[in-house]
Design a protein around this ligand. Sequence first.
Ligand SMILES: Cc1ncc(COP(=O)(O)O)c(C=O)c1O
Length: 388
Amino acid sequence: MKDKTKAILTGRDPEAHHGAVNTPVYHASTILYPSLDAIRGRVPMTYKYGRSGTPTSRALETAITEIEGGAGCVLTPSGASAVALAILSVVKAGDHILMVDSAYAPTRRLCDTFLLKMNIETEYYAPNIGAGIVDKLRDNTSLIFTESPGSQTFDVQDIPAICAVAKTHNVKTAIDNTWASPLYFDPFSHGIDLSAQALTKYVVGHADALLGSVTANDATLESVKDTHAQLGHCAGPDDIYLALRGLRTLPTRLAQHARNALDIATWLNSLPFVQDVLYPALPGAPGHDIWKRDFKGGSGLFAVRLAPCSEDQLAAMLDNMRLFGMGYSWGGFESLIVPAAVKRTAETYEETGQLLRLHIGLEDVDDLKADLADGFTRAGYVLSSSSE
Ligand SMILES: Cc1ncc(COP(=O)(O)O)c(C=O)c1O
């Protein structure tokens, strides 16, 4: 079955739900046991307590596992909690972990505060390190965490090269796979052990719920499940339902996000004051070759670096957008724009212009271009007549 079909079919069991096409929302903490034998564990029970799973959560876990690959999956209340769970499932006090320098800012914060407090040392590495990661390994390195494309600058990592090194040295690998969603990057066929995702973004797809998932291979699944249970990291049924509902249209939405994004990225690339378009799906953009080799599609999120401008010019642009909203998160049907800032510690990173992060939604691209063009003009940039 192709992924598009899996997105429609997996995790559904209408016969178990009176014919309802979608698995309904089960609100449950207490699950009643039919007998002493059952509560003593002598008779198997599929569901034992709301926190450890209901038909609603199992439906989404099954669907994500089947689409993303891996041996199984658990759901968490947010993408941030999924990242934390993936890390906590495989590390212990005294360990050293390698974290990509282009990681999502709250992931860095977890490393620099919570993990540090737990006596787990984080070392940041350059996103383009590839097989060179071998030089960073220590006797106590337990995890290499990747995020590809990374946050803000969208660096694409050579995941197969990193995983090959990790396997040889018996080190676990994890990825934040949110940008590509379960559809456009197969972490497990590229050698990853654990994949964390913010389902908040494309799977929910409507900017109205927070949810995360951690999918694991055979070797790490037990530890993920156990850590998930001990932390009580379960997600709420209404949010899970919204993600299940969103999943059914994910292939169609994501393909359109990617088409719109490529169109706008190509146009931006032609403008005289645009220094860089950081969209790996754009031919010639940084990371395009690895993206083409490893990914099955693009998404709607990328960054653009403009020639420098003042805070007032930026405000003139961003405060008056008609279609692009200014707000965090992404992956919903609507377009968003935010000023982006890069934090790097593994390498010197020079910010030469004004970086903006765009999420390209499902609106008409001509309308979106007109909104951006008006914004650029308000900021004082001059569009050449050929590109207006
Ligand atoms: C790459 C990435 N990972 C994880 C997250 C966290 O997701 P959530 O907002 O659901 O906690 C985000 C949120 O923006 C993200 O961009």
